[in-house]
Design a protein around this ligand. Sequence first.
Ligand code: ZN
Length: 474
Amino acid sequence: MGATMLRLHNTLTRTVEPIRPLVPGSVAMYSCGPTVYRPVHIGNLRSFLLADLIRRVLTWTGLEVRQVMNITDVGHMTDEVYDRGEDKMLLAAADEGLSPAEIAAKYEAAFHRDSDRIGILPAEVYPKASDHISPMIDLIGRLIERGHAYVDGGTVYYDVTTFPDYGQLSHNSLDQLRAGHRLDTVDHHKRHPADFLLWKAAGPRRVVRFDSPWGEGYPGWHIECSAMSIAYLGERFDIHTGGVDLAFPHHEDEIAQSEGALGHPVVSTWVHGDHLLFSGQKMAKSSGNVWTLDRLEEEGHHPLDFRYLCLTSRYRRQLRFSPDALAAAGKARSRLAAQLAEWGPPGRGPETPAAKEWEQRFRDAVLDDLDFPRAITVVWGVADDDAVSPAERAALLTDWDRVLGLGLGALAGEVASAQEQALPAEAAALLDERQAARASRDWAKSDRLRDSLHELGVEVSDTPEGTTWHWREG
Ligand SMILES: [Zn+2]
């Protein structure tokens, strides 16, 4: 008996656990989205892809998935940046001669386009931070009421010492955190160095500012994810995803906020994906090794080749990116599509024991904490297994691509029509003639025509779904 339920590594418990939805049949999932002030790079995209894979696997097993992904369009700032009363959105705006709202709209559209290009299915809702200032203010008010937050000169801080479980996600203790802060970089308005901002009083140069009970200002970054996840998914939901660098402090702070305000756990399973490395370094604008999808395409690759590359590494491991690895992934994807084209139309599904066995192996792999490298091995295994009919192989691969998201059906169609266009008129005429011979059950003529086609380099195969052809190899 194989697996039937997706199991994922929960950062909170550090174990791989089955996903048992709170509402049977329907999974609620929140994914930290992009900050929209520049194009996302492929390292960011790897993290968004993780959420897409979770969602596709859950859907494939018959569950409904409600996915919410936030769009951070109000700048969250590093300490040094907001000391200048500026933020990244604003700096980008100044650079490009656009307003902060125009910058956000421009890069939000670019983000959706990039997601689409690597086969990420759209979330149900993409709430924007700037549209949710009032639920954030409500949540901050509740934290002050419950004694988890304090106000200092129009700025509101979370008091981490009031939340005994602080550090549970990142496995830090408050003493370790205190020791980890260099005294000279600490904001001296904070009571504990790990206290964090909920609301920041606006400096005189701050353009994007909102009214609040504590004066004009703007929200901290972490509060938007607490406020918007609760607003859209309720006070308890199943899965929260993000990149590994968000576990601390972003998600640790989100837990302190949400649970501090509500008095109970909110998220069942926290899933974090590891970095993409390029030349041994994390891809980051500061290290100057950034690849966007535009660059990837300019260098002659297809965005879905990047998706294939991501599937060859487990999500909790670092993925080593290189142009060569990307090219190899592209070749592999094209070869799969060519096979699919060659197999002809898919049958109804796996019917023979051999095909069912492959089906179970694929299922076991993807349900086992998204073991896609193993799933890819299964894909190539069935591709090479002559014991499974072409129609069954096509059926399996077509169904699995609902999870893999590699666009194999479309690519196979392109391959097939390119082949057809490339078929010389002489061969096309012979194929038609052979089709007519088969229709009138003239097998001798049909065999003779097969031999003539063979001499022209064209191999035909007759399947229950009809006749297909491919160029003879070698
Ligand atoms: Zn977030």
